[in-house]
Write a protein that binds this ligand. Structure first.
Ligand SMILES: [Zn+2]
Length: 463
């Protein structure tokens, strides 16, 4: 499955390279190439990988490296399960020189975003102003204003990276598999570091996956903690698969706790996020991508003027291994068995007035147990203003008896014309003629007939 997807991505890449050869050299320097396309950018979480320290001659390799970035992410949970919610792009940008600055070795390179390692040759940053992050923001607002996450891919073989700004993760090409997922955890979901290495001056503010709280009922990830798990939780292999309260997190050996013994946010070399971090990443996706991707009709208020059936449908996000649940409601009440993406309604079954048809879509994923904002639910409601034509009603007057067995009666009503019918048994009716109503009235007089059977008459409205 994965290799098939990979092939598809390389196909996209090949097309991208072809385009690169067709556009003028001056603009080819900054070009956006789709790597994974799952839907319109307005309705997906859009990741853009930007080239830093790649020369003009290295742009082809950048596209390969960017594809590797995307493949690495989508091979890992929760991105694997939710890949359908993402688009991914590569933004090729040309640097004058290859690599990045290494002040520890007095090495300086002329690169587009002016990236540099720190003195420990481990953390890579770019200037926060116009010569660094400002260039990221400007490029993206030009090429993809709908961007959600930027990944600055630094063409350097020394492993390094950082969580950059609020929406930009930075990693060297040698840190794609380990450093980058950890940094994206910071940037995409506001996750904290679960390790204990001191970080003097860093604010003691709790993140979704770090806490000082030790009272079971008040721990933010209590939904994940089994009653049998001791708190704090011993840091032994007996508990390595459990969610608990493990001491040591947020740059502190004591007094701060993390949810699991091992997690990508505890060590970048742990290939899996813990359940609490994974949950935060799914919620971050749903802040941007809604469970209902499209709904038909597009209008949410409908005037119903005839009795033709009404058709409604929703297109939902499709995680890799589980469907979203759908329930249709009429005036807020669930309709039994109406759980398919399509729903139809016969307006003739509804009394006049306003009615509401709703589709309630929810993601029942096991990845999320805490959703206080209700991000995994969405309701699309259509208001139906019933304006069905009123059925013409006719009334008959008292019979007036005339000489020679004749009689007459009047018909009054709103119909343009009336069919006069007679019956001797009230079951079988015979049409006698059609009369136009003038000013809402018509008068019927029977033919002179010697019929002695009791006869019934009625007038049927004709549009
Ligand atoms: Zn974690």
């Amino acid at each position: 499955m994965l290799s098939f997807l990979n092939n598809l991505r390389y196909l996209g890449l090949a097309i991208g390279l072809l385009l690169l050869g067709l556009v003028p050299a001056g603009t080819a320097a900054e070009s956006l190439f789709p790597i994974v396309s799952n839907g319109p950018v307005a309705a997906r979480y859009n990741i853009v990988v930007l080239a830093e320290g790649y020369t003009a001659a290295q742009q082809t390799r950048f596209l390969t490296d960017a594809t590797n970035v995307v493949n690495t992410l989508f091979a890992r949970e929760p991105w694997q399960e939710y890949e359908a919610g993402f688009n991914a792009f590569a933004l090729s940008v040309v640097s004058a020189q290859s690599g990045s600055d290494h002040p520890a070795y007095s090495l300086s390179k002329d690169t587009y975003f002016n990236s540099t390692y720190d003195n420990a040759d481990r953390i890579i940053t770019i200037p926060s102003g116009p010569s660094g992050q400002g260039k990221v923001d400007a490029l993206l607002s030009t090429h993809l204003p709908e961007w959600d996450l930027a990944i600055l891919l630094v063409n350097d073989l020394v492993p390094g990276g950082s969580d950059g700004s609020a929406r930009t993760a930075i990693a060297s090409v040698s840190g794609i598999a380990d450093i980058l997922p950890h940094e994206i955890g910071h940037v995409a979901a506001g996750l904290g570091d679960e390790y204990t290495t001191p970080n003097p001056g860093f604010p003691d503010v709790e993140e979704p996956n770090t806490t000082r709280q030790t009272t079971r009922d008040k721990i933010k990830w209590k939904a994940w903690i089994a009653d049998t798990t001791p708190l704090p939780t011993p840091a032994t292999t007996d508990y390595q698969d459990r969610i608990g309260l493990f001491e040591g997190a947020h740059y502190h050996e004591t007094g701060w706790y993390r949810p699991k013994l091992n997690c990508t946010m505890q060590s970048q070399y742990t290939p899996e996020f813990c359940e609490v971090c994974r949950e935060a990443l799914v919620l971050a996706l749903y802040e941007r991508v809604r469970p209902i991707l499209a709904a038909t009709p597009a209008e949410t208020e409908l005037a119903v003027t005839n009795a033709d059936p009404l058709y409604f449908s929703v297109i939902t996000l499709e995680p890799a291994t589980h469907p979203l649940s759908i329930q249709w409601l009429l005036n807020g009440s669930p309709i039994e068995g109406a759980v398919a993406p399509q729903f139809s309604l016969n307006p003739a079954t509804l009394p006049s007035g306003q009615h509401a048809v709703s589709a309630l879509v929810a993601d029942p994923t096991a990845f999320v147990r805490n959703d206080p904002a209700g991000l995994l639910h969405q309701t699309n409601t259509w208001l139906l203003n019933m304006d069905l034509p009123v059925k013409p009603e006719l009334t008959l007057s008292q019979v007036q008896y005339l000489p020679n067995n004749s009689f007459a009666f009047s018909i009054a009503g709103t119909a343009p014309q009336a069919a006069i019918e007679s019956s001797i048994d009230l079951r079988h009716w015979t049409e006698l003629g059609i009369l136009p109503l003038v000013n809402g009235e018509a008068r019927y007089t029977n033919a002179n007939s010697p019929n002695t059977q009791p006869t019934f008459f009625r007038a049927r409205a004709i549009p």
